[in-house]
Design a protein around this ligand. Structure first.
Ligand code: ZN
Length: 561
């Protein structure tokens, strides 16, 4: 059991952090013995804990008492730990007498950790404020420069590693990995157009003609489009008058192509609530190009077709991000058509503000999936997990990680398919490494001329399938995270070579995959204090789907050293 001593303002961050690092913990009580005591920016209490972790960015009486000398102080820096880079957005101290610890400043190699071992207790002084960092990630989010780093997952990984390596306890946790799978993938589609027939002589139509006829040729010259794709785009451009006359198929209205590619999987389509409504941006302006030419009530047969194929319908919100009453009305436009009780949202153009989570929560959305970047791919909140934004009651945030337009738009990353595969590969590998969910957004018209981003999408899905991903709708994924949040590790009892763990789940959806209990085996005692260059990876998983008493034979695990 971990005891946490933190200032009151940090409590909400601490609670959410331990929903993501799902291991037994509680706020510190003076009358209880803890295996691990985490002190964050607070007075350090005398404790019988085997491991005392002291986080903070100021030198305190505790440091002077223990003879811990500061070497340097910086802010907005990057640490390295066992091959990973970890941005620290607040202050960060490095320490004298501590060279060689693997958690160090990435450039100077000065150690950000000072370890003091005495018989029966190890004190680890860490030079940054963990919960300030987590709060920053979950509220402000990462700048573009660090978008590719799953910083929050790395903070969990470092804490886990420090605990397992520094004190020989059998750490248990419920990782964000559904039983039977290696991680979760949410395939999602923002539906901005529905058809090119809705666009007569407007900027969208002329933009299409330019990109299909001229842009394609330029992209052929740059090796971004094949000759076949140029031909397909020219054919589409020349067919446009016939599309408008109703004599040729509307190539931008091809949801069935998604159903074909995603056969056997499920995905989520976000639809616009009101046509001709641009909404307002953060400055109160109404960007006319943001207005869509269709609304969900006009395409009920298409919606029903998707629902019949077990796909999910969500809201592609216009004003919901800034106005609760408008959010309720937008949500209702989806509910009227689908009858669903739990409805999620992603804002059109990813409009979002600091107050958006609370605004959307009050409007009644089950989840939001706006948190990502227009300009790049990666982890705005530093996490692969659905989380509850700090100021909301119920709604979860399902972060968006990979968006087609960010990869391929000339004004964003402007990648060739090969370059895009190289950029997305580490993101897929992170999903396999940390678990959690990888959320992909492929727009409704991205398979069609002139984009023709279908080969990349098909290849990505094949790769994700081969890595053992679970492909639920966004709503199902969020439900699974709620199920995990409802789980409680009630007791952990070590008995010789085994560990008995009592777990409970307060969730009734039996269609969802179960959870897994992960029991880490501590390293051999003789090596516990040794410097390691790799993360601890010696554990057993036990899958469970109900409240139960689980037993793990950790004595039978091979040694990790
Ligand atoms: Zn949109």
């Amino acid at each position: 059991m971990i005891g946490v001593l933190a200032d009151d303002p940090e409590h909400s961050v601490v609670i959410e952090f331990f929903e993501l690092f799902k291991t037994p913990w509680e706020f510190y009580r003076s009358d209880f013995h803890y295996d691990v005591l985490v002190c964050s920016n607070t007075q350090v209490r005398n404790s019988s804990a085997k491991l005392v972790l002291v986080y903070g960015t100021e030198q305190k009486a505790f440091d002077r008492e223990k003879g811990i000398e500061r070497l340097s102080q910086c802010s907005n820096t990057v640490l390295s730990y066992k091959g990973d880079r970890i941005p620290v957005y607040g202050n960060c101290l490095t320490f004298q007498e501590a060279r060689g610890h693997p958690l160090m400043h990435a450039l100077t190699h000065e150690s950000a950790v000072c370890e003091i071992a005495s018989p029966g207790q190890t004190i680890v002084r860490v030079g940054y404020d963990l919960f300030h960092e987590i709060g920053y990630l979950l509220t402000r989010g990462q700048p573009l420069t660090h978008a590719r780093i799953p910083t929050l997952e790395l903070h969990i990984a470092v804490l886990r590693d420090l605990i397992i390596k520094s004190c020989s306890i059998s750490l248990v946790e419920i990782p964000p990995i559904p039983s039977g799978y290696n991680f979760t993938v949410c395939l999602t589609h923002d539906v901005d157009h529905v058809g090119i027939r809705n666009h007569k002589c407007d900027h969208t139509m002329f933009g299409f003609l330019y990109r299909a006829l001229i842009g394609s040729v330029i992209n052929f010259g740059r090796g971004r489009k094949s000759l076949r794709q140029v031909a397909v785009n020219w054919m589409a451009a020349f067919s446009l008058p016939f599309v408008h006359l109703g004599l040729a198929k509307d190539f931008w209205n091809d949801v069935d192509r998604y159903l074909e590619i995603e056969k056997g999987l499920t995905s989520t389509f976000f639809f616009i609530p009101n046509k001709g409504e641009p909404g307002q941006d953060a400055g109160g302006r109404q960007p006319s190009r943001r207005a869509a030419r269709y609304e969900i009530s006009e395409i009920v047969p298409q919606v029903n077709h998707l629902l019949a194929e077990r796909h999910e319908i969500g809201l592609h919100g216009i004003n919901a991000w800034r106005d609760t009453a408008k959010g309720r009305a937008e949500l209702e436009s989806v509910r009227i058509v689908t009858g669903a009780s739990e409805i999620g949202v992603r804002m059109h153009w990813l409009f979002f503000g600091e107050k958006s989570p609370a605004t959307l929560d009050k409007a009644g959305f089950s989840y939001d999936s706006t948190l990502g970047y227009n300009e790049t791919v990666g982890y705005r909140a530093g996490t692969t997990q659905a989380f509850r934004p700090l100021e909301v009651e119920r709604m979860l945030e399902l972060p968006m990680h990979v968006m087609d337009t960010a990869l391929f738009y000339p004004s964003y990353l402007d990648l060739s398919p090969k370059q895009a595969r190289a950029v997305v590969k580490p993101i897929v590998e992170n999903a396999a490494r940390f678990g959690g969910v990888l959320t992909v957004n492929w727009h409704d018209r991205s398979l069609a001329p002139e984009r023709l981003w279908d080969d990349f999408y098909v290849g990505l899905i094949e790769d994700l399938k081969s890595r053992g991903a679970w492909f639920p709708t966004a709503s199902q994924a969020v439900s699974w995270f709620r199920k995990r949040r409802s789980a409680v590790i009630e007791s952990v009892i070590r008995e010789g070579d085994s560990v008995r763990v009592k777990v409970s789940i307060d969730h009734t959806d039996s269609d969802l995959p179960g959870l897994r209990l992960r029991v880490h085996k501590p390293p051999a005692r003789s090596n516990a204090g040794a410097r390691q260059t790799k993360y601890h990876t010696n554990f057993v998983d036990i899958e469970f789907n109900n409240s139960a008493e689980l037993k793990s034979e950790i004595g039978k695990l091979k040694s990790d050293l």
